[in-house]
Ligand binder design. Sequence first.
Ligand code: P71
Length: 460
Amino acid sequence: MADTKLPVEPYKIKAVEPIRSIPRREREAILAQAGFNVFGIPAEKVYIDLLTDSGTSAMSDSQWAGLMIGDESYAGARNFFNLEKSVQTVFGFTHVIPTHQGRAAERVLFGALVKKGDYVPNNIHFDTTRANVEFLGARAVDLARAEAYDPDADLPFKGEIDVARLKKFIEAKGARKVPMVMMTVTNNSGGGQPVSLKNLREVSGVCAHHDIPFFLDACRFAENAYFIKRREKGYEKKSILEIAQEMFSYADGATMSGKKDGLVNIGGFVTFDDDALAEKIKNLLIISEGFPTYGGLAGRDLEAMARGLLEALDEDYLEHRTAQVAYLGGRLDEAGVPVLKPFGGHAVYVLADRFLPHIPRPRYPAWALAVALYRESGIRGVEIGGVMFGRREGKGKKEVYPALEMVRLAIPRRVYTVSHLDYVAEALADLHKNRDKIRGLRIVRESPFLRHFTVRLEEI
Ligand code: P71
């Protein structure tokens, strides 16, 4: 390919979906109506939607063709066996249990393994894993290496678990209190940062020593594998498939949201080898998700995921995807917008506390920035900061905030072009010039779990 700084799309466009920018005053009214929560905005009122890379991918022609061979039999649909084959090829585990999405996989897995008073370590739990652990009365513990919380630390594998801390933690609590260890690849809450095979191997060793099952939260395994190929010594010539297989070889199993690197709009699964665990999980699955060969999905959904999982291993696709993220990040950096580095696999993370130093943490600077970005430009990002991860602790219910206060601009897979990214970069650069005008917010209503989805706020 010709040498260019532009991330040139390795596909051409066969179907289009119109998007439309609405007037600013209409966005103003929508925000007030939505309680200043971007989750409450009708998607048609969004111009460029970077809320999430989850379930927002464009499917390929092959996936769309796959929908037509969806077998909608209640039990034993052919598409289940196709999915099972894809998962066994890439992940290498015998049991493949489909679920409607990642959090359902978490719920049935944790439901079978985790009980009240337990601890579940992870590099950094994402919102749904944390909530599912805590819902069972256990503690979700983050043991990422210290640099994960330093947005300027330019490390190749900033998502890694601190192995020494993990060892100490298990010894302090006793292995009986730690029913499983998880590792999120890539580490979403810490900037979409990858973990190395070396780290996976070490964590696996610690878990094996204590006889603790080790599971990957594998949503973005292909992006992680791509970074390993580019950054870890000795893997330059390996295929993405080989690297992914080695990643999973260190684990006892994985939960997966197919909505990310499965390149589908809905779907997930849990996969592992343990037969007794499979029986327990299938019993839990039948209560809410459905029979174990469909797990809450239509046959056509299973087929799309069976194909998407393999497409996500395509190196041209992964090169383009990570280049898109780096392109947007680079443009923002050049414009003086503070961003987390290095750029991760699926999103650019804007450092809202630096963007808005005049707004204190209890006034939620990242939330305020996400609101302002929508108001001024119709772009929807998501807060990953004090509202999503803040918690009220102790008698006074004083709010404690996470280390990082960010707005994530997640890039849906195969959806937007360079011009869309240019628009986003320019809009944020403009907003940065006028940052003094942005105001903080206060919460007026919230729920006890995953409050960010439904919280209502008002501007101060
Ligand atoms: C993301 C999401 C989905 C989401 C979350 C919060 C606000 C908006 C959108 C979901 C993940 C994830 C990891 C590492 C498990 C899940 C759950 N991420 N682990 O990043 O990132 O998967 O959505 O299929 O249930 O936007 P699920």
